[in-house]
Design a binder for this molecule. Sequence first.
Ligand SMILES: Cc1cc2nc3c(=O)[nH]c(=O)nc-3n(C[C@H](O)[C@H](O)[C@H](O)COP(=O)(O)OP(=O)(O)OC[C@H]3O[C@@H](n4cnc5c(N)ncnc54)[C@H](O)[C@@H]3O)c2cc1C
Ligand SMILES: CC(C)=CCC/C(C)=C/CC/C(C)=C/CSC[C@H](N)C(=O)O
Length: 487
Amino acid sequence: SLASAPELQNQPKKIAVVGGGIGGTAAAYYLRQEFGTGVTIDVFEPGTVGGRLATVKIGDQEYETGGSVIHPLNLHMKHFIEKIGIHQRKDVPSKMAIFDGKELTFEQSDWFIINFFRMLWRYGLSFLRMQMWVESVLDKFMRIYQYQQYGYSFSTVERLLHAMGGDGFLHLMNQTLEETMLGEGFSQIFLNDIVAPITRVNYGQSVRLNAFVGAVSLAGADPGLWAVDGGNKRVCSGLLYHSKSDLISARVTSISVKLRPSKTGPTTTFYEVNYIEESGASHALYDVVVIATPLHQGKSDIAFPGFTPPIPSHFPGRYHQTVSTLVHGKVNMSYLGSAEPASKFTVSDILTTDSKGCAINSLSSVDPVHIPQGYKRPPASEDKVWKVFSPQPLSQEQLRDIFISWDSVSETRWLAYPSYRSLHRKAPPFILHDRMYYLNAVEWAASAMEMSAIAARNVALLAHHRWHQEAGKIDQEDLHARLRGEL
Ligand SMILES: Cc1cc2nc3c(=O)[nH]c(=O)nc-3n(C[C@H](O)[C@H](O)[C@H](O)COP(=O)(O)OP(=O)(O)OC[C@H]3O[C@@H](n4cnc5c(N)ncnc54)[C@H](O)[C@@H]3O)c2cc1C
Ligand SMILES: CC(C)=CCC/C(C)=C/CC/C(C)=C/CSC[C@H](N)C(=O)O
């Protein structure tokens, strides 16, 4: 193997990270942590640092148009903001409603006790049982932090999931959320009324996505979600700065292996990264490469000529389109089938059921990325910013249905996350070649900021252990039992 060549026993001299989203910048941060100050880390990013963490300006304020909420137990994201010295956005209490394309079928009250009894009346203990099920998945999920703390890494997404939750987690990847929850005794009505609206707002997909990403989606409706003051993408620029990496504003077009004689005799292998920057095409040699962008149609187009076995530019499976439309205007209460006066309507998140009449996945009143002192979210009677998630761009007619007036519309068409409909096809590997790694393989388990951060730490550890031939830190079984009592 290339990693066993004697000249590789020292530290690598140059590492390339392809992609400057949360995955790539977190990888740069953890690679610096693993390999120390002697290595040069170049991060290639042709667009804005942040990738799918992005904001748009409306009036004088910025609003999140991509990844927006972070779970209170997402420990890497928490660690990043502490390290960078930025803060959580001030919390503005939110209120949820469910819309079936004709009317609001559920509206959260300001009072916890009223919500509790409404849910109990309609769905018995299903709501509480669902929270307990998600908590049990999260409990196992949290094991990854201890494994990573001790330096353990995994060569595939399946091994990583297995280390967290054993066969049970692999089983979640092979079953739909619908099958799993029906099997756990939840009713089809509960799935249609409550679970589907959550999977629709969070992944734009039905309850027939795999049960692992389904659980992550339900966790995305937990209380205590947070965001970063000034915009989530600040984490990416902060990590880039802290990792002391060099940002190269360029698109990588191909990566191939190059052999070079070394001073000591034996030939050394490098990766030649070809890229296009504003001034034209260029290339550079690296010891280690981390790909931190999805290798899928429409997401990136990187050729890997000359590898045996071949590395595809595009792995099987496709990314799901979610269009995020930010509208500054007044919502049309009669579109929501509501007779409530707009001045009293303070719901912030309107989720939708999987019914024919519903062209949108969600409609949310959004707050700016920085919450000014004394800020109160305006009621629906006032002009404010709404975010619509839909599978297709909204037509003028749809806009006229949903809003009575508006003065700005900003549309972002995202190839947002994998289409999780086809059940567990094997995820792509984390290791593409001896010293070339693929972070976004993790998105086939679930796509979320924290998932990219976990994969970033995993590939940095993998790169380090494989460079130094520390096989005992890769793909170890029974870590949970072995580390019990260690922390
Ligand atoms: C609308 C939407 C809402 C979401 N909401 C949430 C949420 O609330 N919470 C949550 O946790 N997650 C959410 N997500 C998911 C989350 O945003 C992603 O999982 C995460 O941002 C992925 O980060 P990444 O760095 O792995 O990939 P990306 O952010 O896609 O970064 C990849 C980068 O690589 C660059 N690139 C592509 N090709 C090349 C090339 N050839 N050379 C060099 N660079 C290249 C791209 O420009 C891009 O910047 C949401 C996603 C979307 C789209
Ligand atoms: C990875 C773990 C354990 C938890 C992450 C939970 C989480 C924050 C999931 C959200 C995933 C996602 C793709 C959300 C998209 S929409 C977000 C928000 N509702 C919005 O309207 O912007």
